[in-house]
Ligand binder design. Structure first.
Ligand SMILES: Cc1cc2nc3c(=O)[nH]c(=O)nc-3n(C[C@H](O)[C@H](O)[C@H](O)COP(=O)(O)OP(=O)(O)OC[C@H]3O[C@@H](n4cnc5c(N)ncnc54)[C@H](O)[C@@H]3O)c2cc1C
Length: 388
């Protein structure tokens, strides 16, 4: 190991690995520190992602694909189902392998990786971040860097330590619970979503196939709902009603910051990426693809800043992210606030109207149009999503 690095990335999730890779590709020295023993484990994720989201960064590989997705099944409170078909829409991943492969792409680009390295503070001089403090195998250490990239996930502390405002309102933190269970007989190419008060008020419930009759089954509810009744209790209810005898292989809980990106995601010596920057798509709660995009932009800009010996260049990251996805997430958030507040009756009505459309015309666009008839004020926001 070197005694000083150009760039240190904290956290080896999808966002961190892409930041490390895109920085290393600029020919600067990069170290990625991960607190866990293994990159990619433990997994706290439903593991669904679009094909386009993956292929911007890595070629699809059966080694980490557990299901190929061609259909969405949207289920309303009265049991009616609206099915939307997409060919080759995306995948359910085996993130344990996927995250590992992403980290390998960073290593192949020249980044060094150190696991079991728990970052517990920042080095700050003259109000500028200039390195990290970390614990490795029981020893407290320090390492200097020109730029630190915080990719430390939803529970991130790097931003706060650097003086950035990372506070998130309780209502915007989706409380999630999920099991991976076997003996679940569902179509292996379909993502199932359930809406309504009984499943997930202010959020949605999902059943995502993982091949061989295995599925990720879980839900997210707004923090305000979670305060009154836990996500786990909704999950237990669903399992008791639908899969009472299904063996549960893993059980997880976690938060998803379903809101717009933090106002400031860079300041002298520091950049934030992925969940740490709140780069999750607020409508879907998906953060793998958007985290990789955020990581890649930050890594590229950080690498350029070092190469040009112009460290202030990192401050252009906020604008670059906003133009690529941040602006779009603001619109998604408004749509989320509209859709997730629909009453059960509204979800039922949308599903019934949608199912009257001839089968070969049931596209996502038609589904949105049907939703709009029920909530015309969403029109402007939805139109923006498609034209921006
Ligand atoms: C229940 C649930 C279901 C989800 N389902 C989906 C889904 O289906 N599709 C989707 O796209 N997204 C989903 N998400 C969101 C997705 O998991 C995250 O958005 C994504 O993992 C964010 O990537 P990241 O790299 O920012 O953070 P993470 O993947 O969380 O990685 C952060 C890394 O930083 C490390 N770290 C943290 N602190 C330190 C420290 N102090 N020192 C060193 N290392 C540290 C952690 O160990 C971890 O490896 C889901 C989330 C939850 C909770």
């Amino acid at each position: 190991m070197k005694i000083e690095y150009d760039i240190i990335v904290v956290g080896a999730g999808p966002a961190g690995s892409m930041a490390a890779r895109f920085a290393a590709e600029k020919g600067v020295s990069v170290l990625m520190l991960e607190k866990d023993r293994d990159v990619g484990y433990p997994v706290r994720c439903g593991e669904a992602i679009s094909k386009a989201g993956v292929e911007e960064f890595i070629s699809s590989d059966e080694k980490w694909i557990t299901a190929h997705i061609n259909k969405f099944s949207l289920n309303s409170p009265d049991g009616s189902e609206a099915v939307v078909e997409f060919n080759d829409a995306g995948y359910v991943l085996e993130r344990r392998i996927f995250d590992y492969e992403l980290a390998k792409t960073a290593a192949n680009a020249g980044a060094e990786i150190l696991t079991r390295a728990y970052v517990n503070g920042l080095l700050i001089e003259n109000d500028k971040v200039c390195g990290v403090k970390y614990e490795y195998r029981g020893e407290q250490k320090e390492l200097k860097a020109k730029i630190v990239i915080g990719a430390d996930g939803v529970e991130s502390r790097i931003g706060r330590w650097a003086g950035l405002k990372t506070h998130i309102h309780f209502k915007d933190m989706e409380c999630c619970a999920q099991v991976t269970a076997s003996n679940i007989k569902i179509d292996s190419d379909t993502l199932y979503f359930y809406f309504g008060q009984q499943y997930a008020p202010g959020g949605y419930f999902w059943v995502f196939p993982k091949g061989k009759n295995i599925a990720n089954i879980g839900l997210g509810v707004s923090g305000m709902v979670g305060k009154k009744r836990s996500a786990l209790s909704y999950l237990n209810n669903f399992m008791d009603n639908n899969y009472p005898a299904a063996p549960v292989l893993t059980s997880i809980a976690g938060g998803v910051p379903s809101t717009v990106t933090l106002k400031k995601i860079s300041s002298p010596g520091i950049m934030l990426v992925g969940d740490a920057a709140r780069q999750v798509n607020p409508l879907s709660g998906g953060g793998i693809a958007s985290g990789m995009i955020g990581g890649s932009i930050a890594g590229r800009i950080a690498g350029e800043a070092v190469k040009m010996n112009k460290l202030d260049h990192i401050l252009t990251y906020d604008k670059a992210w906003h133009e690529r996805l941040g602006k779009r997430h603001e619109t998604f958030e408004r749509i989320k606030n509209g859709i997730y507040n629909f009453s059960d009756e509204k979800f039922n009505k949308i599903s019934h109207s949608f199912n009257k459309i001839p089968k070969d015309k049931r596209t996502l666009g038609r589904l949105f149009t049907t939703a709009l008839i029920n909530q015309p004020s969403l029109l402007v926001d939805i139109a923006k999503v498609f034209v921006i």
